[in-house]
Design a protein around this ligand. Structure first.
Ligand SMILES: Nc1ncnc2c1ncn2[C@@H]1O[C@H](COP(=O)(O)OP(=O)(O)OP(=O)(O)O)[C@@H](O)[C@H]1O
Length: 204
């Protein structure tokens, strides 16, 4: 079966201009990602990983080059793309279910069907019993899973993950990297993840 190309990064360069001068954050990056692939880019801090994800997400415009998602050039944010950040950014005053629903709430899409979809994700990935708990009552790994479910709730086709496990201790990080890799495969998502940690990359 021929695989579909969902993301094309074509000759992307990014130069930041500041009062101190110019920083070349990315130089001529090209990469194709096919449906269902989980691609991990590994590099040291400051090598431009977050810049690349922001460009793919449509939050930053590259200095040159372009990104295509399903053949269409990225010109701004796009609902086919979900972004998960370094820290989980769960709201402490909202329950896990309320946190997982927040993206849908912002898009005015909370209804019986979407609530059932999110509850099912929480159930499938071991957070069903914790849906009425608050973030502080969960372990770091569980919080990260809840953050992933919040991103999956919007049903993006592509997920961007920026060092999603960096706030976790080493043992948890390895386990959660493995779990999140399994979830992404099961949900048939295409993902681009960046990390400075080679162990995270190998697990996924
Ligand atoms: N808004 C900005 N203005 C100026 N320079 C920037 C800006 N954002 C990033 N940079 C610079 O661009 C380079 C790449 O930064 P970026 O955050 O993309 O790297 P990173 O690999 O994601 O690093 P980290 O893992 O530490 O977040 C760095 O030298 C950084 O200082």
């Amino acid at each position: 079966m021929e695989q579909r190309k969902v993301m094309e990064i074509k000759n992307v360069s990014m130069i930041y201009h500041t009062l101190d001068g110019e920083t070349e954050a990315l130089k001529d990056i090209s990469l194709d990602i096919y449906e269902g692939e989980i691609v991990v880019l590994v590099g040291p801090s400051g090598c431009g990983k977050s810049t690349l994800l922001s460009i793919v997400a449509g939050l930053l415009k590259p200095s040159s080059g372009k990104v295509l998602i399903n053949g269409k050039e990225v010109k701004g944010t796009n609902k086919d793309v979900g972004y998960m950040f370094q820290r989980d950014h769960l709201f402490e005053w909202r329950t896990i279910l309320q946190n997982a629903l927040i993206g849908l709430e912002i898009q005015n899409k909370v209804n019986d069907e979407t609530i059932a979809f999110v509850e099912n994700l929480l159930e499938t990935y071991g957070l069903g019993e914790f849906k009425n708990h608050y973030p502080r009552q969960l372990s770091g790994g569980m919080r990260q899973r809840a953050a992933l479910i919040r991103t999956l709730a919007l049903q993006p086709e592509i997920l961007l993950l920026d060092e999603p496990f960096s706030a976790l201790d080493y043992q948890t990080r390895l386990r959660i990297a493995d779990e999140i890799g399994t979830i992404l495969k099961k949900e048939k998502k295409t993902a681009l993840m960046v990390t400075h940690d080679i162990a995270e990359a190998i697990c996924t």
